[in-house]
Design a binder for this molecule. Structure first.
Ligand SMILES: *[C@@H]1O[C@H](CO)[C@@H](O)[C@H](O)[C@H]1NC(C)=O
Ligand SMILES: *[C@@H]1O[C@H](CO)[C@@H](O)[C@H](O)[C@H]1NC(C)=O
Ligand SMILES: *[C@@H]1O[C@H](CO)[C@@H](O)[C@H](O)[C@H]1NC(C)=O
Length: 471
């Protein structure tokens, strides 16, 4: 029943001219869906952590589980129904949760930018601007050294900040710098560091006409060439997280000459095939069947915004209500990617919240949504007519993963909401040069844990370090 209602709501609200019927049937939901669409067309980039004085721990616990699980089931996620509030997470939510969180609000790191943080913790830092072939102005940060280059590329809605906000003890950028690497931090088009173009402005829809295809086709090659040119090195080691892996597969297939510039590619939470994806929100945003054109048209060319109105409905469905839930579900990125309280440093959460999400285009999310439905790793689907113009075929072409000749290491986990092990298997079978594949030995390890986990040093970096020194 729930499933039917949900599909009905989503279909009705997307079909032009049916708005009134939706209003009649489900006034509150219709309102939220409209707010979401509205929010996608506006541009308030509010990203401040909120101070909760919460005292109603008991009440909140009661509200946790029923609705989210029902919705996750509705969304057809099959076995291992994901809910943000699962038993494992509950076990780690104690009386100290809110006070630890509020303690973190006083941390000055909340106010510091990526380069200010790097400088604060005693490392040299440089800023670089790179212009892509198609005119986007990207900002890179560098922790310079004479060592081999390691290039770090962030995930969906992320930025260079992702590799430093876990703090000086756990931030992967710092760990690499301590080991003597020349660390370059990329920022793809549209995130908060790369909101510039030689001719367009972020207020224009055209500015947002890109998905991770363009990140892989234009941004990565431009940043990689720039880092290699600046240092005179011939190859670099690439570490990508999430979309930082998707865009790498795009580059490796579409511009295969770039494989020669990579001595090792490490994929943290590799994302290419998505048919088993667990994230309820991305599933909810995924276009189905004939609904695809309406969806793409509705979502349009816009910035993907963490606007609170936009996500209110999802937050309510996935998390219920109450102060704890509102802290954990307050952030769009956690809402999309899930979290694992066991590996969350709650005191550090305000620092993370004040730096993520970092912005991106709605088309990036839509392109992922298409992959969930098509079960293919292929270019953006514009609908039959436009596909014919653009690609010469009614369906978009698959990415030629057999072209990705660079040595690849895949690091994945079972609980990852965005990178399911079955999808990683499929990727593994299609990539021609996988030199290492490793499952993180923690059954609750989730998507964002690859960069923010309390134990990132032991669960990720220890092995990464050995691998990097071998290539
Ligand atoms: C958060 O709330 C507590 C209690 O109301 C207050 O003492 C503290 O100053 C607040 N912190 C911030 C950063 O607003
Ligand atoms: C790198 O250097 C070469 C030769 O000096 C030059 O042709 C090329 O345009 C440079 N590329 C970038 C991205 O700076
Ligand atoms: C948690 O974060 C706080 C504040 O950022 C930091 O001082 C502390 O060392 C971190 N703890 C762990 C276990 O990483």
């Amino acid at each position: 029943m729930l499933r039917k209602i949900f599909i009905l709501i989503v279909s009705l609200s997307a079909a032009p001219g049916r708005g009134q019927l939706t209003d009649l049937l489900f006034p509150r939901v219709a309102d939220s869906v409209r707010q979401m669409t509205d929010a996608l067309t506006r541009n308030p980039f509010a990203n401040q952590p909120i101070n909760f004085s919460g005292d109603l721990l008991g009440d909140t616990l009661n509200l946790f589980s029923v609705l989210p699980i029902a919705i996750a089931k509705t969304l057809g996620s099959g076995n291992g129904v994901p809910s943000l509030i699962n038993n494992n997470n509950l076990a780690y939510l104690g009386d100290n949760f809110i006070s630890d969180y509020n303690l973190g609000l006083g941390n000055e790191d909340c106010q510091l930018s990526c380069d200010q943080l790097i400088a604060k913790y005693g490392y040299p830092v440089e800023r670089h601007h790179i212009i892509t072939e198609d005119g986007y102005v990207l900002k890179m940060f560098r922790i310079p050294s004479n060592g081999p280059i390691v290039f770090l590329q962030h995930g969906l809605l992320g930025s260079s900040d992702d590799y430093v906000i876990a703090g000086p003890e756990n931030g992967i950028a710092y760990l690499l710098a301590k080991d003597g690497y020349d660390v370059w931090l990329g920022n793809s088009r549209g995130n908060k560091h790369s909101r510039r173009h030689v001719a367009m402005d972020p207020s224009q829809g055209e500015f947002w006409d890109f998905s991770w295809h363009e990140v892989g086709y234009y941004d990565l090659p431009a940043m990689i060439d720039y880092a290699l040119n600046s240092t005179g090195q011939e190859k670099l080691k690439y570490i990508g997280h999430s979309q930082g892996t998707t865009s790498f597969w795009v580059m490796g297939s579409e511009r295969p000459e770039y494989n020669d510039k990579i001595s090792l590619m490490v994929a943290l939470s590799p994302v290419a095939f998505m048919s088993h994806l667990k994230s309820p929100i991305i599933r909810l945003l995924s276009p189905t069947g004939g609904f695809i054109h309406a969806f793409v048209k509705t979502i349009g060319l816009h910035e993907l915004l963490p606007d609170s109105n936009a996500m209110k409905l999802y937050r309510r469905l996935l998390c219920g209500t109450g102060p704890i839930v509102e802290i954990l579900c307050a952030n769009l990125l956690f809402l999309l990617a899930g979290f694992n309280v066991e590996q969350l440093n709650v005191t550090n959460l305000p620092v993370i919240y004040s730096h993520v999400p970092s912005g991106g285009s709605a088309k990036q999310a839509a392109h992922y949504g298409q992959g969930v439905i098509s079960a293919k790793f292929r270019q953006f689907d514009y609908g039959t007519t436009l596909n014919l113009d653009r690609y010469g075929s009614e369906v978009p072409p698959d990415y030629a993963l057999e072209n990705v000749r660079a040595p690849v290491s895949l690091v994945y986990s079972d609980a990852d909401w965005l990178s399911d092990s079955r999808d990683v298997d499929e990727l593994y079978n299609k990539l021609p040069n996988v030199v290492d594949i490793h499952k993180v030995p923690d059954k609750n390890f989730n998507h964002l844990d690859f960069v923010f986990a309390k134990d990132v040093k032991y669960l990720i970096y220890k092995r990464l370090r050995k691998l990097l020194s071998n290539f």
